[in-house]
Design a protein around this ligand. Structure first.
Ligand SMILES: Cc1cc2nc3c(=O)[nH]c(=O)nc-3n(C[C@H](O)[C@H](O)[C@H](O)COP(=O)(O)OP(=O)(O)OC[C@H]3O[C@@H](n4cnc5c(N)ncnc54)[C@H](O)[C@@H]3O)c2cc1C
Length: 480
């Protein structure tokens, strides 16, 4: 375990990060990256606070020390509940707006470790690499990003069949000590201030001749040749009152470019085997654990936006009107769908006899995953509907209330049981969710963070665990 200060120190490592056309000398000093770094550091500090320590950390039989709770291998339902409480606590720190906090990939690394036997199908060394990596990550509280998608110039063609297949991350040279790789991955959230990146290909649909692209590995962000190309910043550093979310929680997304990056074999989990790389994600049951984190993260965010809607309706005196009550009722019901899906997933969790680990019920967790992209868009739309032109009455800054125009604003913008400043404060927060670039990025994030939403929805039908039971009931009806 480490403190926020230690986390920040760990980022002063000479990594190659590009933002706004310039190479960033020190990410911890960059005004547009520092707010998210501070928000992440806060999570590490929370692990040492007496009020949170028991929730956020746990003694580990594997490492022999205390580790972050989300690195823990859950064996019982109580472990899953404790895991939820830890993720919830961290997520509440950003109100669900920093989804790629360390707990997300802690779940991935832990899931891979518990299925390390899978990697032995390639070699005993690969299995050892996965196991050793878990110990390294859990003991040192490593913050990982993940980079899965390939920058396919033509999305309907296989990786090797692209006109320039070299753009897709691939092995270029094997040596006794490791593998040189080149190519790129799009996109990796938090890469600019993560410690390491895990890469593997998604979608996992590699075909014969894609062997060079069949790579799963972990790479420190300061590895020579690794370049982090940041998107435009949506942060408003220092303007917390006016941009309450984007001033602090703009998780930076980046393209990762690998220019002959060397990965030692000890960090290569799989390479060159298409069947194994395609099977890795499902066989290792990674999604069963990450979907628990993402559902809890979504729940916190939805609860927060619901509360904001209620506050705005109250400030406008519309809470009890038929129209607004209907909007709020629908919103509350959707919060409950997500909340109950998480509880159902935990209640129906089962131990996998292969590794003795307990997994939340994946069918239940698929509900937030497939409905989230729709629900979130509806939340943002409802926030606009409830707020109306109040969103357009907010001055450039809340500090303007102290200007010569302040008295007019105080009188003419007052709400119901809310001063003009209180009402406009709510409006600025709502705008950060439904109007700013940051807000827009979150709509896109909810749509795509787990992959193509259409493919996920279709997968819900194809893999629906209760389909046969429902069909059997129907057949009984037809026969009767
Ligand atoms: C804000 C944000 C943060 C992200 N962070 C991460 C991260 O940290 N790590 C990470 O690995 N990924 C991340 N992603 C990427 C995410 O995994 C991808 O967005 C997701 O997998 C979908 O891929 P895509 O964006 O290329 O869209 P696509 O899958 O290409 O979908 C775009 C559209 O094209 C259609 N389409 C695509 N291919 C075909 C085809 N062959 N035939 C027919 N239709 C097709 C789809 O149906 C869809 O309508 C992030 C994405 C966003 C938006």
């Amino acid at each position: 375990m480490r403190t926020g200060k230690q986390f920040i120190e760990s980022l002063r490592d000479g990594r190659e990060v590009w933002l706004d056309g310039e190479r960033v000398k020190d990410v911890t000093e960059h005004p547009h990256l520092r707010p998210s770094i501070d928000s992440t550091a806060r999570l590490y500090d929370m692990q040492f606070e007496a009020a949170h320590r028991g929730t956020l950390t746990v003694a580990s039989a594997e490492t022999g020390g205390e580790i972050g709770r989300t690195f823990q291998i859950p064996r019982t339902r109580e472990d899953l509940v404790a895991r939820r409480q830890a993720t919830r606590l961290w997520m509440e720190s950003s109100f669900g707006f920093m989804g790629r906090a360390p707990d997300f990939l802690n779940a991935t690394i832990m899931a891979l470790k518990t299925k390390s036997a899978f990697f032995a199908r390639q070699s005993r060394e690969h299995q050892q690499a996965v196991e050793a990596y878990y110990l390294h990550a859990a003991s040192n509280d490593i913050f990982l990003t993940h980079a899965l998608n390939d920058p396919l110039p033509n999305k309907t063609r296989a990786r090797h069949a692209q006109e320039d297949a070299g753009v897709v991350l691939h092995g270029v040279e094997e040596t006794g000590k490791g593998l040189f790789v080149s190519g790129a991955k799009v996109v990796a959230t938090a890469a600019a201030y993560a410690n390491e990146a895990i890469v593997f290909p998604m979608p996992n649909n590699l075909v014969p001749s894609d062997e060079r692209h069949a790579l799963a590995a972990c790479i420190p962000m300061d590895t020579p040749g690794l370049k982090v190309l940041c998107r435009a910043s949506f942060a408003h550093p220092g303007r917390v009152r006016d941009f309450p979310l984007s001033s602090r929680f703009d998780e930076m997304d980046s393209v990762l470019v690998f220019d002959r990056v060397f990965i030692p074999w000890e960090r290569v989990f799989l390479y060159g085997d298409i069947a194994l790389i395609n099977a890795m994600f499902a066989t290792c049951r990674v999604r069963d654990m990450t979907a628990h984190q993402t559902a809890i993260r979504l729940l916190v965010k939805l609860e927060f936006i619901y509360a904001l809607m209620v506050k705005i309706a109250r400030a406008l005196g519309t809470e009890e009107t038929t129209g607004v009550s209907l909007l709020l009722g629908e919103t509350a019901a959707q919060v409950e769908i997500v909340r109950n899906a998480i509880l159902a997933a935990e209640a129906e969790a089962k131990v996998d006899p292969e590794n003795g680990m307990i997994y939340p019920d994946f069918t239940a967790l698929l509900v937030p995953r497939v409905m989230g992209p729709r629900i979130y868009g509806e939340f943002v739309h409802r926030l606009r509907r409830i707020s109306g032109s109040t969103l357009m009455q907010a001055p450039a800054s809340l500090d303007d209330f102290d200007s010569a125009a302040g008295p007019f604003m105080k009188r003419y913008l007052a709400g119901t049981g809310a001063s003009a400043e209180e009402k406009i404060e709510l409006a600025r927060l709502a705008w950060d969710i439904c109007g700013t670039e940051f807000g827009s990025r979150h709509v896109l994030y909810e749509l795509f963070y787990a992959g193509d939403p259409d493919a996920i929805m279709a997968g819900m039908h194809r893999g629906y665990a209760h389909k046969d039971a429902h069909l059997a009931m129907f057949d009984r009806f037809m026969k009767g």
